[in-house]
Design a protein. Sequence first.
Length: 161
Amino acid sequence: MVFSKFKNRFTRECQGVACIEIGIATFLMIVLAAFGLDLSLIIFGMDLNDSACRDAARSAAQQSTQAKALQAAQSQLSTHATDGFWVSQPILKSAAAPDFVYNDFQGNPPANISPYVTVTSLVSIRCPAPILFFGASFIKSGKIQFARKYTFPIVKQKFYG
């Protein structure tokens, strides 16, 4: 009986505080989950673009002419399949310099410089949850574009002279 007068001192008298705490925690968890989803899609898209561009540059470096190298790079980029909605298919940024360069020096490379090919690929990533910070939108159109550039030495080169 001695502890009966201290019973109300150690128990919570406000019964609605737990509901408020759960509501705030739920809201924060939803925001963090949406941010995590955006971040994981961005990381996946960047990794896909990196590997697609590297494979395209390797494939282009094994060709003997610029036309064959361009065709090989585009073919290699098309093999990296995506869903097409959240992460777009990797494409060649353009078929002209500086995005695609096939420099074989017409078979006569200068000293200490090897023939090379440069490939730039592009991918668009759509974020499911917009990233807003006090009304400022960091993604205006809902899509983020990432480009990746690789340069590899041309390995099947015939030298004249």
